[in-house]
Write a protein that binds this ligand. Sequence first.
Ligand SMILES: C[S@@+](CC[C@H](N)C(=O)[O-])C[C@H]1O[C@@H](n2cnc3c(N)ncnc32)[C@H](O)[C@@H]1O
Length: 274
Amino acid sequence: MNYRHAFHAGNFADVVKHLALVSILAHLKKKPAPFAVIDTHAGRGLYDLAGEEAQRSGEAAAGIGRLLDISDGPETLRTYLDLVLALGRDRYPGSPLIAARLLRPQDRLVAIEKHPEDAAALQSALAPYGRARVVQTDGYMHLPSLLPPPERRGLILIDPPYEASDELSQAANAVAEAYRRFATGIFMIWFPIKSASAANAFCGEVRLSGPRKLLRVDLAVDGDPDKLNAAGLLIGNPPYGFADDMKDVFTPLAPPLGRERDARLRVEWLAGKE
Ligand SMILES: C[S@@+](CC[C@H](N)C(=O)[O-])C[C@H]1O[C@@H](n2cnc3c(N)ncnc32)[C@H](O)[C@@H]1O
């Protein structure tokens, strides 16, 4: 387990993943019934953008760093930027902290992190949030025991580091098993796009696991060929209006996230549609 998210927190891929998270949570909050968020690879929860890792990679500066002065935009973007700015310009919230800050008293977060040091950092980041629980263990192994959640509503976020060569398959298997237990849940899984064929094969595998509705959202930026320049999200059972929300939110972000040309977002239904 060498992956450290501190090098990547707040990069272009984090921005889009976290906007998607904000959009899904806003949808779940439209009904008063409680819901659960399960974050299987939660990270530290809070990242220091002035710290050595972020400064060394420069990824946050080229991501969230270019967005902080955007003063208007759709509600999902405003909610996200307000939440980030509330921490100050040198700190960035990870997915569990974003979820914890947006939950209502009746909702619940289970944040799983395997790395002991990151799990301890996460524990302190989430300490003020009574509805959030940290579990230090393997997210793939632990997830089935949490499904279906008693609330019967919720989001499963699967955001692995993809360090192991077979991790795309492992992630696809985790989604399949999770669907078997909680077919009506919303699932969001992040994946890197280093090779188009490997990414397509992964999406095909997840589609075969049976979600009635499956949306693929890809983001690409031009940049250093030695770095990750494209990433995707698969969203199973996405909320009504989610695809349009992502397109609207992305419009003001395409120029600042781009380099020689605008960043590109592609939204495609792989199964079902609205
Ligand atoms: C991409 S980062 C997560 C970022 C976080 N979801 C966010 O958006 O802020 C992946 C995290 O998974 C952790 N990790 C690696 N293998 C794991 C496993 N099998 N189970 C749970 N966590 C794991 C890593 O230590 C790392 O913190």
